[in-house]
Design a protein around this ligand. Structure first.
Ligand SMILES: Nc1nc2c(c(=O)[nH]1)N[C@H]1C(S)=C(S)[C@@H](COP(=O)(O)OP(=O)(O)OC[C@H]3O[C@@H](n4cnc5c(=O)[nH]c(N)nc54)[C@H](O)[C@@H]3O)O[C@H]1N2
Ligand SMILES: Nc1nc2c(c(=O)[nH]1)N[C@H]1C(S)=C(S)[C@@H](COP(=O)(O)OP(=O)(O)OC[C@H]3O[C@@H](n4cnc5c(=O)[nH]c(N)nc54)[C@H](O)[C@@H]3O)O[C@H]1N2
Ligand SMILES: [Mo]
Length: 691
C-alpha cells in the first residue's frame, strides 16, 4: 500500500470512534501517512478506552485494506446465492435499483423492506440518511429486535429506560456479579475496571452456563442451566428477605409493587431455585449472603441471559436486586446492562431520521428476527404485501438470523430483489442482485452514542474511500436523487449529519470536535435517591399486583418433555472471542486464531456418544444439522453444549453455521429471538474412507 517515499512523510493522527456492536465504543487514534492508515490505537485519555484496543480492532487497517474487499458495484451473474457477480458502474447499479424500487413502490411501497442492524453503530451510517430514505419512500418499518430488545423492554419496565451505572465506577465496587456476560471476550474495557476492583480486594462472581475465560478469573463461577436466571434471582430474593438484608427505606420510597414481588420470592426457597438452575442450594445461599452483606455491590448484567423465552421476566427480576438492598445509593453499586437510554435526550433523532417524512402513513412493521418465515410468506390481510425487495446494510442476516435454513430459502427466491451494501462478499451479499461497496469507519464521518458507557463520540474520516466505495449515507443520498426525492434533507452531507447528531446543550460541539468524545452530564450515582425514568419515578417491581416470574425455555424438559427426550442437550451459541458476531470471520489472522467451528461438550456427554476431542461431529435437531469439531472441555457443563459463533456459512465444514439449528420463537418481552433456548443432539461423523 505504501509508496517507497511514504516512510518519510509526516504522520497525522485522526480521531475516531470504534463503530462495532460492542458495549465499549472505544475512542480511536488513527495514524495516517501519505494518505494511508498505518495504525489504529486506543485514546489513552478516554476513560472507558484507557488507551487499549481489542485484538480485532487493533487490526482494523488489515480489514480496511483487505484484498478481498468489495471495491466496485457488482451485479449478479449466476444463480441466487452462488456469489457470482460482474463489476458494473455506479450509474448502472443505481439506475437499475431506483427503477426497480420505483416500480414496486408504485404498487405498494410496503413490499420494500430495509434490513439493517449494527455492523456500524454510527448515527449517520446506521439509520441517518437511510431512515430518511425509507421514511420518504413509505417502505415497511423494521423492528430491530435481534440483539437487545428483550432486556431493553425489561429494563424499561423496571427503570423506565435502558439506564444503568457508569462503567468506570465498577473499579470501586466490593462485589461484582458478572451475569450472563463473557466480559473478557465481549466487554474487555469493563474487565479492566473489574480487575482493578479485584486487586483492591473485591469479590467477583460469574453467572454463566459456560466456564468462560471470564468465569475462570472470577472467585466463584455459578454454572446454571441456560434460561434459569429468573429462578436464581427469585432464590436470592428469598434469602434477602429471610435474613432481612433489605434496605427498607429504599424499598418504601423508591420502589413500587414490592409486596407482590415479595410474595412471589417467598415461593422460591434456595432448594427450589437450585433445582431449576441445576446448581447446589448452598450456591444460592452463599451468593445471597455475599450480595446482601457486601457494599457497594454491582451487577454487570449482559445480553447472554436474554436470548431465551423467559428473558424479559429474568431481566426484570435481576434488575430489582439492587433496589432491594439499596445498592443504588453508591456510585459503585447498582446495575449496568445498557447505558444507551441515557443518550436519546442528547441526540437529534427526529432530525437525523425524519419520521415526519412518513407524512401520516403508518407502514407495517416486520420483525427482523423472523425474517426466515417472513421472506417466505405470501400476501395476506394479517401480514400485508409479500416482501418483493430487500435493502440490506450493516447486517449479515443469512449468517446471524435464527433458523438459517428458512432464511436462505427466502433469500433464494427468484422473485425477490435484493440489494446489499457491504465491505465483503458475506453469506448475505452472495444472495444479492446488486452489491454496493461501502466505506469503513476509516473512510467516513460518523457520530456515536454507546451502550456500555456514557460518552458521546465523533468519528472523522482518516483516509479517502478505498476503491470506489461510498458511505451508506452517500449511497442513500444518490438513490434518493434518482427516486426524485427533492426535500432539502436529502442534500445534507455526512459531515453535517455527524456534527448535528447531538444537541449542543448536551454535547458541546467544540469539545466534541477537539477531543472526539464528551461525557454526558449525568449524576455519578443516578438512582441514589430514586428518580427512575418511570411514570412514578420509582422502580417498578410488579405490574398491577402481578410480579415477574421464572418462565421456562421454549425448549426444555419442563415445557417440552417429548422434544427433550429426543434432543437432550441444551445448546447455547455465544460468540467466539476473535469474531464480532459474523464480522471479522473473513480476516485471515482472526479466523486462523479460531481455526474451525467448534462445539464444546462435557466429557460425560461426549463419552456417552463415543465422541473424542477433535472429532468431526454432527449437531442436529428437527430444523437442520451442522458439522463442526468437538472440543471435549471443562468449559461445557453436563447437559449443555456451546456452539461458538458466528461463522460465515461458507467457511463452515458443510456450508452451514450454528443458526441452522436455532428457531424463530420469540422472547416473553421485546419480540426478540431466543438463540440460546435450543435443544439438540450430537453424533460423531465417521471419517470418510481413505481420509
Ligand atoms: N468479541 C466479541 N465481542 C462482542 C461480540 C462478539 O460477537 N464478539 N458481540 C457484541 C454484541 S452484538 C453484543 S450484544 C454484546 C453481548 O455482550 P454479552 O452479552 O456480554 O456477550 P456474550 O459474550 O455473548 O455473553 C454471553 C454470555 O452469556 C452466557 N449465557 C448463555 N446463556 C445464558 C443464560 O441463560 N444465562 C446466563 N446467565 N448466561 C448465559 C454465554 O455462555 C456467554 O458467556 O457483545 C458485543 N461484543
Ligand atoms: N446463534 C447466534 N446468533 C446470533 C447471536 C448469538 O449470540 N448466537 N448474536 C446475535 C446478536 S447479539 C446480534 S447483535 C446479531 C448481529 O448481527 P449483525 O448486526 O448482522 O452483525 P454482523 O454479523 O457483525 O454483520 C454486520 C455486517 O455489517 C457490515 N458493515 C460494517 N460496517 C458497515 C458499514 O459502514 N456499511 C455497510 N454497508 N456495512 C457495514 C459488516 O461487514 C458485516 O458483514 O447477531 C445475532 N445472532
Ligand atoms: Mo448484539
Amino acid at each position: 500500500m505504501t509508496s517507497p517515499h511514504a516512510a518519510q512523510l509526516p504522520v497525522k493522527i485522526v480521531r475516531g470512534a470504534c463503530p462495532h456492536d460492542c458495549p465499549d465504543t472505544c475512542a480511536l487514534q488513527v495514524s495516517v501517512q501519505g494518505g494511508v492508515a498505518i495504525k489504529v490505537q486506543g485514546d489513552p485519555e478516554h476513560p472507558p478506552t484507557h488507551g487499549a484496543l481489542c485484538t480485532k480492532v487493533s487490526r482494523y487497517t488489515e480489514r480496511s485494506y483487505d484484498p478481498t474487499r468489495v471495491l466496485t458495484p457488482l451485479k449478479r451473474s449466476g444463480p441466487k446465492g452462488s456469489g457470482q457477480f460482474l463489476p458494473c458502474s455506479w450509474d448502472e447499479a443505481l439506475d437499475a435499483i431506483a427503477t426497480r424500487l420505483k416500480s414496486i413502490a408504485a404498487r405498494d411501497p410496503e413490499a420494500i423492506l430495509p434490513y439493517s442492524y449494527a455492523g456500524t453503530m454510527g448515527l449517520v451510517q446506521g439509520d441517518g440518511m437511510a431512515a430518511r430514505f425509507f421514511h420518504r419512500l413509505g417502505a415497511s418499518l423494521l423492528d430491530r429486535t435481534i440483539c437487545a430488545s428483550a432486556g431493553g423492554a425489561a429494563l424499561t419496565a423496571a427503570y423506565g429506560g435502558k439506564l444503568g451505572m457508569h462503567t468506570e465506577f465498577f473499579a470501586e465496587s466490593r462485589l461484582i456479579l458478572i451475569w450472563g456476560s463473557n466480559s473478557i471476550a465481549s466487554n474487555l474495557h469493563f474487565w479492566t475496571f473489574a480487575q482493578q476492583a479485584k486487586r483492591a480486594g473485591a469479590r467477583l462472581v460469574c453467572i454463566d452456563p459456560r466456564k468462560t475465560e471470564t468465569a475462570e478469573k472470577c472467585h466463584h463461577h455459578i454454572a446454571l442451566m441456560p434460561g434459569t436466571d429468573g429462578a436464581l434471582a427469585l432464590g436470592l430474593m428469598h434469602e434477602l428477605i429471610a435474613h432481612d438484608w433489605l434496605d427498607h427505606d429504599y424499598l418504601t420510597h423508591h420502589v413500587e409493587g414490592w409486596p407482590s414481588l415479595r410474595e412471589r420470592a417467598l415461593q422460591w426457597p434456595p432448594e427450589r431455585a437450585a433445582a431449576v438452575c441445576g446448581i447446589g442450594a448452598d450456591e444460592v445461599r452463599q451468593l445471597a449472603r455475599d450480595y446482601g452483606t457486601t457494599k457497594p455491590a454491582a451487577i454487570r448484567l449482559n445480553y447472554g441471559m436474554q436470548r431465551v423465552h423467559g428473558a424479559g421476566n429474568a431481566v426484570r427480576l435481576v434488575a430489582m436486586l439492587p433496589c432491594l438492598t439499596g445498592a443504588w445509593r453508591h456510585r459503585a453499586g447498582g446495575l449496568l446492562m445498557s447505558s444507551s437510554g441515557w443518550f436519546p435526550r442528547a441526540r437529534n433523532d427526529a432530525w437525523l431520521q425524519r419520521p415526519d417524512l412518513l407524512a401520516g402513513r403508518t407502514p407495517r412493521t416486520v420483525n427482523m428476527s423472523t425474517i426466515g418465515d417472513d421472506l417466505n410468506r405470501e400476501a395476506s390481510p394479517a401480514f400485508g404485501p409479500k416482501i418483493e425487495a430487500l435493502v440490506v446494510y450493516n447486517s449479515n442476516p443469512v449468517a446471524v438470523a435464527p433458523h438459517s435454513g428458512r432464511v436462505v430459502q427466502g433469500f433464494r427466491r427468484e422473485d425477490l430483489f435484493t440489494v446489499v451494501l457491504e465491505h465483503f462478499l458475506t453469506d448475505t451479499a452472495d444472495h444479492a442482485d446488486f452489491v454496493l461497496p461501502a466505506t469503513t469507519q476509516l473512510e467516513h464521518w460518523d457520530a456515536h452514542s454507546a451502550y456500555g458507557h456514557t460518552y458521546a463520540m465523533l468519528n472523522e474520516p482518516a483516509i479517502a474511500p478505498v476503491g470506489q466505495a461510498r458511505s451508506n449515507a452517500e449511497i442513500f443520498r444518490l438513490l434518493a436523487a434518482r427516486m426524485g426525492f427533492d426535500e432539502a434533507c436529502f442534500s445534507d452531507s455526512d459531515e453535517t449529519l455527524a456534527r448535528g447528531a447531538f444537541r449542543p446543550d448536551w454535547v458541546d460541539p467544540a469539545r466534541l470536535a477537539a477531543r472526539g468524545w464528551v461525557r454526558l452530564n449525568l449524576p455519578d450515582a443516578p438512582f441514589a435517591e430514586g428518580g427512575f425514568a418511570t411514570a412514578s419515578g420509582r422502580a417498578v417491581a410488579s405490574d398491577d399486583g402481578v410480579a415477574p416470574d421464572h418462565v421456562p425455555n421454549h425448549e426444555c424438559a419442563a415445557s417440552a418433555p417429548a422434544l427433550a427426550r429426543r434432543y437432550p442437550l441444551a445448546m447455547i451459541s455465544p460468540p467466539a472471542r476473535h469474531f464480532l458476531n459474523s464480522t471479522f470471520v473473513n480476516v485471515p489472522s482472526l479466523r486462523a486464531a479460531e481455526k474451525e467451528p467448534r462445539l464444546e461438550i462435557h466429557a460425560l456427554d461426549a463419552t456417552a456418544r463415543g465422541i473424542a476431542s477433535g472429532d468431526k461431529v454432527r449437531v442436529f435437531n428437527d430444523r437442520g444439522s451442522y458439522l463442526c469439531r468437538a472440543d471435549v472441555s471443562e468449559r461445557a457443563r453436563p447437559g449443555v453444549v456451546n456452539g461458538l459463533g458466528i461463522w460465515w456459512r461458507k467457511f463452515g465444514l458443510n456450508g452451514t453455521n450454528v443458526n441452522e439449528l436455532t428457531h424463530q420463537r420469540l422472547t416473553d418481552m421485546g419480540r426478540a429471538p431466543s438463540f440460546y433456548d435450543c435443544l439438540v443432539d450430537v453424533a460423531p461423523v465417521p471419517p470418510e474412507p481413505g481420509a
